[in-house]
Design a protein around this ligand. Structure first.
Ligand code: PLP
Length: 428
């Protein structure tokens, strides 16, 4: 497999290299366990002295092919599949942050991530400071403490669709010698490769565009292999792990220390592993990811332009529009397109929004984004309803906001459906 392949080729051919007589297609290895002849060999597997599969919670050939492919597409050293995007985010933090420690996050987050960070992690003794990602660097730097372990942000903030200033965030993380963890679910490796802009760890909810067909819930963590864990601040990666006979991750695994620790320690203990069937679906989804992301982006831009000129619409937010505050940044970090999600404000507020959603016929009312099929959602009454109004506003949700996840159907049919539903929403 060539490192120089373009991402379209990696998406098709990466991660699996069949030998003569092997199946052409990655097989669904639906087996919990793997057979060996020698007890000594199995002991070596357990001690991580040899690589191989022995139990699907810790690794599986189907998941392995998916992990290798996405690591290649992101330009990282290795990846770890998880049972959901939430699991990926949780492990990405737990791997380097424990009770009594702290991390910093951009406040513009997916609602589930916001709850995890604002409610659940503090109960476990992990403290978090939310910062406005548009604040100047010196203000964000003030949020750091002696025990700050990481900086977290999304490539495209959900649902404000603000594009991250990677340069600013990676410089801040570098100055403070902590890793920059990026949730790149909305961008996918086709539209943006965060490691190229200074990120150290990437997480994805593979449930969205990577699956792309709304069949499976899953997540993945990708390790850039580009952070110096040996800077004195991360003893859990440099000092002996007593749960592994004194294994030292950095010494033994070099640039893959973080992701191997996440697998052999956290996945072993917390067990949020993906099923082989789901890994097969994600691997299949990756094959067409470049084609789909281009179409999602092209369709979303066309819808955004159409809505911006529509009398029933008070505002449109899409980073591909010159009116969006992230427009210039999107040209730099998302040159191929800005993904399929856009938001707009409907005239008549929440009641008109309800009529609009219920009047859509091709566009389905579902709690999802990143499906090949177009879908629509009112975040204030669904994904963000557990947040207070203040928290909603701080994560970019207003009552009139409608979120569209533009699919890959023909653009004319999508726009026709929007127009008829908008017309109904404005009737007295
Ligand atoms: C959906 C989503 C998640 C959570 O992923 P699940 O697979 O639903 O657990 C995290 N981040 C973003 C940006 C998402 O859209």
């Amino acid at each position: 497999m060539s490192k120089n392949w373009k991402i379209e080729t990696q998406a098709i051919q990466g991660g699996y290299d069949p030998k003569p007589g092997d199946p052409r297609v990655v097989t669904i290895c639906q087996s919990t366990t793997f057979k060996y002849d020698s007890a000594d060999y199995v002991a070596k597997l357990f001690d991580l002295e040899v690589a191989g599969h022995f139990y699907t919670r810790l690794g599986n050939p189907t998941t392995d092919a998916f992990e290798k492919k996405i690591a290649m597409m992101e330009g990282g050293v290795a990846a770890l599949g998880t049972s959901s995007g939430q699991a990926a985010t949780t492990l990405s933090i737990f791997n380097i942050c424990q009770a009594g420690q702290h991390f910093i996050t951009a406040s513009t987050l997916y609602g589930g991530t916001y709850n995890l960070f604002a409610a659940t992690l503090p109960k476990m003794g992990i403290e978090v400071t939310f910062v406005d990602p548009e604040a100047p660097a010196d203000e964000i730097l003030k949020a750091f403490r002696h025990n700050t372990r990481a900086v977290f942000a999304e490539t495209i903030g959900n649902p404000g669709l603000n594009v991250l200033d990677f340069e600013k965030f990676s410089a801040i993380a570098k100055e403070k010698k902590v890793p920059l963890i990026i949730d790149s679910t909305f961008a996918t490796p086709y539209l943006c490769r965060p490691f190229d802009f200074g990120a150290n760890i990437i997480v994805h909810s593979t449930t969205k565009y990577i699956d792309g067909h709304a069949t499976s819930v899953g997540g993945v963590i990708v390790d850039g292999g580009n952070f110096n864990w040996d800077n004195g601040n991360f003893p859990e990666l440099t000092e002996p792990d007593t749960s592994y006979h004194g294994l030292q991750y950095v010494k033994t695994f070099g640039p893959a220390a973080y992701i191997i620790k996440a697998r052999v320690q956290l996945m072993r203990d917390l067990g949020v592993s993906p099923g082989p069937m789901n890994s097969f679906m994600f691997n299949q989804g990756l094959q067409t990811l470049p084609l789909r992301m281009q179409r999602h982006s092209d369709n979303a831009l066309a819808v955004a332009k159409h809505l911006e000129a529509h009398p029933a619409v008070s505002w449109v937010s899409y980073p591909g529009l010159p009116s969006h505050p992230s427009f210039e940044r999107a040209k730099k970090y998302l040159p191929k397109g800005c993904s399929g999600v856009l938001t707009f404000g409907i005239k008549g507020g929440a009641p008109a929004g309800k009529i609009f959603m219920e009047s859509c016929q091709l566009i389905a009312l579902v709690v999802h984004v990143g499906d090949a099929r177009s879908c629509v959602l009112h975040p204030a009454s669904t994904t963000h309803r557990q947040l207070s109004e203040e928290q909603q506003i701080s994560s970019g949700v207003t009552p009139d906001l409608i979120r569209l996840s533009v699919g890959i159907e023909h653009i004319d049919d999508i726009i026709e459906d929007i127009d008829q539903a908008l017309a109904k929403s404005q009737q007295p």
